[in-house]
Design a protein around this ligand. Sequence first.
Ligand SMILES: C[S@@+](CC[C@H](N)C(=O)[O-])C[C@H]1O[C@@H](n2cnc3c(N)ncnc32)[C@H](O)[C@@H]1O
Ligand SMILES: [Zn+2]
Length: 494
Amino acid sequence: MSGAPAEVAVVGEYHPITEGKATILFPNTNEVFYNPVQQFNRDMSIAAIKTWGKEYLEQKQNKRKGGASDEAAPSGFSVLEALSATGLRSIRYAKEIESLDYVVANDIEADAVRSIRRNIAHNGLTEEKVRPSERDACALMYESRDPAKRFDVIDLDPYGSASPFLDGAVQAVADGGLLCITCTDLAILSGSSHPETCFAKYGGSPVRAEFCHEMALRLVLHALQTSAARYKRVITPLASFSIDFYIRMFVRVHTSPKDVKRTASKTSMVYHCTGCKSFTMQALGKVTTDGKNEKFGVSAGPAANGPCEHCGHTLHVGGPFWGAAIHDADFLSRMLAHVKESKELYVTQPRMVGMLSVASEELDTPFYYTMSSLAAAVQGNNPPIQALFSALLNLGYKVSGSHAARGSLKTNAPTSVVWDVMRTWIKSHPVVEKNIKPTAPAARLLAVEPSAQVDFTVHPKANPDSRKHKLVRYQENPEKYWGPKARAKRARKE
Ligand SMILES: C[S@@+](CC[C@H](N)C(=O)[O-])C[C@H]1O[C@@H](n2cnc3c(N)ncnc32)[C@H](O)[C@@H]1O
Ligand SMILES: [Zn+2]
């Protein structure tokens, strides 16, 4: 591979688009894919890679100093952008991430690779720093499975589903390396009209639930860990986001035959009520310890049996999905600190701070209720979120929102306590009883007297810092024709 920029003939009609420190020449004919709404994705990715990279390189240096490795400690890291289109993302990575050694900008389409070359030259970069590659991403990743050939970071930003690329990616990423994964097939991952397609692609089924966007993240993480486990590798999700019309995950991968044994206990099913929307987790494995040794066993079941214990309606089964943490608290706080002090680097910085703050406040417990679904179940009006949070906090439970849905409630309180809070709320905000059909969830829910002593007095922790500081917690749709863009036009052969 030559170090000099390629000779690129600029033909046809282009318009320049500047994003971050990169300017790309984008063909007016739309033969290569570009979606401006994904600037937030690219900004977040740069911040995440920088945050991960600092720790990764420090850990390598320390290992070397400690004599654990004979290799020279690297001063930078390599990146594979497996599905690169215009090369914009790779060029931004090369220009904006100081510790990046080189990035391979790969695409299967000849038109895309021509565009990548044109943009490398236009940005004054070398093909040593940004290495154009015209390969099938899967073939390239499988050829890079040898530890000596692995990439420190692999970025997957596909049309639709990342599922065909996950098995290659978990093998081709270095030990302690980072996977950055986008999926835009939310109709499959979070819709419930095609559970069979979701199961086929990701090995788990979604349910029709308020928490469907978090479920989408957990289904992809499950697919990833399932692949990783085959190669004695484990994933650590550093940060997982539901954004606009897609999801984006930053995940570290380690080789650890010991930790692979935890895969079943980190995998879960969910029983979700079609009536009142209550949910119950069913882990697929358990880990016990006698203080010295760990024992791995199967879980007791079923966690729920027959119709819903709260309202009598049918339960649907969702999963299996990743049941462990979707964020790493320490990583989120370091990424947030970096973004807060880097206003000049990211156009979407206010939204980044907002999303990272809300994610940092999230409880590490799967799924959430929403104010509107809780109110709908009892056929009442939405309670103010602060009243609901206060009631649960006053009872000694933890609460938080979720970055994935406005008006959401995550809590470690048992579902029966959540319903007691709603029952007590309804006592002072009565519902129109004649509108409640005898078979409705509300009929069964409100027939029970609350047993918890519910107190709605405002609790000091009921207003999270992200709301107090008026951060951009939830973004409105950013532009008129917003969504996953259509594929690039098929290459016209000259
Ligand atoms: C959504 S676009 C990538 C956008 C880009 N990452 C960005 O940030 O602007 C997906 C790209 O993947 C490419 N692609 C699809 N299947 C591929 C495969 N098997 N191997 C390599 N590239 C592929 C397509 O040609 C397309 O350019
Ligand atoms: Zn129910």
